[in-house]
Ligand binder design. Structure first.
Ligand SMILES: Cc1cc2nc3c(=O)[nH]c(=O)nc-3n(C[C@H](O)[C@H](O)[C@H](O)COP(=O)(O)OP(=O)(O)OC[C@H]3O[C@@H](n4cnc5c(N)ncnc54)[C@H](O)[C@@H]3O)c2cc1C
Length: 496
């Protein structure tokens, strides 16, 4: 039994998963959370009799959750729903709606008359990206790096044939794989899942197509995504983890190269042997710990992922024309994708994603109603500080969706909530409203991403989207594994 005390700042999935691993190892764990409930971005909005997943609506790499439960020796506290089809795509000006299936024959049928020899081309794309996935997942993604040379050594173990994918963009790779603009656009959407565009995302991330179409698919959770959080909190509380909500860490007391205590908004001191920070790993270093490598002007020069404009609608009537996940794109993909995050395109006709959570989870809406979530990837507060036009942008989207889905939504809406990047920044301390944290360009991944151990303070660790390996729910679970490993290795070294 280990009686060392750990304080985790933040109850996002990264914080919860780390708490589960540490409490299993016998640590005395306390979680401090600024929001009024657990989950961070993986949260729930309840309003007017409707429920909405606040942020994440699906995930891939479900086996990372398996690993977490196995490592803690617990039964699965929630149940997956595997999605097939995965999603639909509607492109403005093209009458057909594309339905994206994992089943390659069904998928190929969608591209008949559009992309010659689609199945062969997709098989080749999946073979290439699948090999890359299997050649990197354990060498790079599931690893802590102790130095730059350690990172380079690992990179040299990745077969040389993959090196063009480091230099190329995802878009270039897709242009090599497919001829039609439709196939190129649709299979580059995984770039947006990383919170960026296919034009500035390295081609290595095309491996997401392999993970999603072949390796693991997409998953939702029975009872809604927030079941992940509710069930983990229940397990953690049973194991003795203490939660303090509405507690925002605003300061830090350092002593002889260690962190002695964190202080909250009421000046209460929180003392522990070890501290795990689940707040953004770059922002926290600068804002709370005063690390000069992460001042606001330096953070502003880093590359951040898209900021979300999110709309939550309760509607009267059923929306049978929509699937669980739907993308609505315009007909100016290059221009839009290249300009949107720099606020260089008009929001007259935005691109957006629509999720109907009540399709898989009827308890999300009263009978005869549907709950609808819309995400419009938008510029962060560096590029668009003023969101007083959010109602207008939301109305543009609702009008566009009404026209393209064939439902008179304006007449059907009974509940409406709009969250702009300003809200997202305030709710969870997301830097300038960036929804997925630091971006994944080559100089912000691996050794170059903010590390999961503080450079100066020997008892401070980080977990979550802006440290290694990266963003998204499965990556956050991997992050918790790497952070726990790092902390346990340090303790072992100290004991020698
Ligand atoms: C709109 C949206 C949609 C998304 N969709 C998907 C999806 O479909 N699938 C997917 O896999 N990923 C998705 N993501 C990404 C995913 O949500 C994140 O990668 C993941 O949830 C990050 O978890 P985390 O633990 O790193 O951070 P967070 O969830 O941000 O948790 C950090 C916690 O720390 C707290 N905190 C911050 N500062 C302090 C402080 N000073 N004191 C106390 N507490 C503090 C915050 O309140 C928060 O609760 C989406 C993100 C957004 C915004």
């Amino acid at each position: 039994m280990n009686s060392k005390k750990v304080i985790i700042t933040g109850s996002g999935l990264g914080g919860l998963a780390t708490a589960l691993r540490l409490v299993t190892k016998g640590f005395d764990v306390t979680i401090l959370e600024k929001y009024h409930r657990a989950g961070g971005r993986l949260n729930l909005l309840e309003k007017d009799g409707f429920k909405f997943d606040l942020g994440p609506t699906f995930f891939s790499m479900s086996y990372e959750f398996d690993e977490l439960m196995e490592s803690a020796g617990i039964d699965y506290p929630f149940e997956f729903i595997e999605l097939e089809p995965l999603f639909t795509v509607n492109i403005d000006g093209i009458p057909k709606t594309f339905t994206i299936y994992k089943d390659l024959d069904k998928l190929a049928a969608q591209f008949e008359g559009i992309e010659p020899h689609f199945k062969e081309k997709m098989e080749a794309h999946l073979k290439k990206t699948g090999t890359l996935y299997h050649d990197t997942i354990n060498r790079i993604v599931h690893r802590n790096f102790n130095s730059l040379s350690d990172y380079i050594t690992q990179l040299t173990k990745v077969p040389l044939k993959h090196s063009p994918l480091i230099i190329k963009s995802m878009w270039t790779e897709l242009c090599n794989s497919f001829e039609s603009k439709e196939a190129r656009m649709i299979f580059s959407l995984v770039g947006f899942f990383l919170g960026a565009t296919p034009f500035d995302t390295p081609a290595i991330f095309s491996l997401l197509n392999y993970i999603e179409l072949k390796h693991n698919g997409y998953h939702n959770v029975k009872g809604g995504m927030y079941k992940i959080v509710e069930s983990l909190v229940e397990v953690l509380e049973q194991k003795g983890v203490k939660f303090h909500y509405n507690t925002e860490i605003t300061g830090a007391l350092q002593k002889n190269g260690s962190l002695f205590a964190l202080t909250d908004q009421h000046d209460q001191k929180w003392i522990a042997d070890y501290f795990v920070i689940n707040a953004d790993a770059a922002w926290f270093r600068g804002k709370i710990l005063g690390n000069q490598k992460y001042t606001e002007s330096k953070l502003d020069k880093m590359k951040w992922t898209m900021a979300p404009l999110t709309i939550y609608l309760g509607v009267k009537g059923k929306l049978d024309n929509l699937q669980h996940h739907n993308y609505f794109l315009g007909n100016n993909f290059d221009e839009y994708a290249k300009g949107v995050f720099k606020n260089q395109v008009s929001f007259q006709k935005p691109y957006y994603y629509v999720n109907v959570p009540s399709k898989n989870n009827p308890e999300y809406a009263p009978e005869g109603y549907e709950s609808l979530f819309i995400l419009c990837p938008s510029p962060d507060l560096r590029y668009k500080p003023d969101w007083s036009d959010r109602e207008t942008i939301a109305q543009n989207i609702i009008d566009d969706l009404s026209e393209r889905s064939g439902y008179p939504l304006n007449e059907m809406i009974v509940s409406k909530t709009i969250l702009s990047p300003e809200h997202w920044e305030t709710m969870f301390n997301l830097y300038k409203g960036s929804g997925l944290g630091l971006a994944h360009n080559m100089n912000q991944i691996g050794w170059f991403r903010p590390a999961n151990k503080d450079e100066k303070l020997n008892n401070v660790y980080y977990v979550g989207a802006s440290t290694i390996p990266g963003t998204g729910l499965p990556m956050t679970i991997i992050s918790s594994k790497l952070t726990t490993q790092r902390l346990l290795d340090d303790i072992q070294k100290q004991q020698k």
